[in-house]
Write a protein that binds this ligand. Sequence first.
Ligand SMILES: [Zn+2]
Length: 407
Amino acid sequence: VIDRDRLLERIETLGAIGRDPEGRLSRIAATDADKAGRDQLVRWLTDAGLEIIVDRIGNIFGAWRPDRCRHAAPLMLGSHIDTVVDAGQLDGAYGVLAALEVIEALKAGGAPVSRPVMVGAFTNEEGARFSPDMMGSLVYAGGLSPDAALGSRDRDGVTLGADLARIGYAGTAEPGFARPHAFVELHIEQGPVLEREGAAIGVVENLQGISWRRITISGMANHAGTTPMSMRSDAGLAAALVTTFVHQQAKAIGPRSVATVGALKLEPNVINVIPSRATLTVDLRDPDEAKLRRAEAGLAAMLARTAGEHGLRIETERLARFEPVAFDPDLCNLIETLATERGLTTRRMTSGAGHDAQMMARLCPTAMIFVPSRDGISHNPREHTDPGELAAGAQLLLDVAASLIGA
Ligand SMILES: [Zn+2]
């Protein structure tokens, strides 16, 4: 069984590391604060008798490799310990520390196991300083070369490679050195669904695909009083039409499709001048690739129509595009079954946020377990999950791990 008090204590201890002078938790990747957090994690892993492996992108692994099965593909559990600025103490850290707790419980249990178990803490999941986010797991899964990632620069021009070396976490293992038998990530939901529905466990079936675009609409600035409505090329009007269009289109496509115009700038941005230019962003998401493509195609057609009808020039630029990720159905069923056996209510869900698990899904059967987030808040010091819910999630992770390695 999970040692609930030890888990909660470690979450508190790690959460106290990397506080800035104002007391805000900011353990940004490859900073001194990150180093302090990593050092603490490595002490715990070492104390647990695990083999420490650091790869070239700075991912930290603690491996339990019993002699009788040391060459079998390992079960990997984990998440990340870097944070955003002014973060809560659960995002990422919970999944890593629960994974450590699981290995300690398995070791203490003494049952023979059929494969090694590893806890992984991936570098720069948040992407607060270096791009892209989920970098350590992306590199581990072979989606980005280690050298390209290490060459990523922060705003001051410092490379990730230089700062990983500076803090002592430029390891030597080649990312991807162990191809896992399976990967499971336990994480807080970061949304309100579980709490609202009174469910204890989220069985994450998939992760949304994301399509980001910047749209620039060019029309004609003119006098707001003297230009007849029929003679306008109003970029601001077109921006408003795009905003309502993507909203209505998402609702028409289905309940899991979402669309947001989050940034909008008008020029010249003056009360009595028809806008000559509008720059806006569109964020489209859907767990179904076909539906996401339908949303993108619908938007493209609408833009072409609007340009023609209003005498505008409309240009678009792709900012990001990720296909949806489906997690392993057998693992999802296993999580659901074991949760039910523990008397925990479950809900199948889609993750609206990115996670290391989506990268690891390229390598091996992968799944995620969510626990509730109070008021759905994360990336904020008010991030909170009840201790009982944290312990229940960790216990479920132990049950899943034990089932996967025959303990
Ligand atoms: Zn996270």
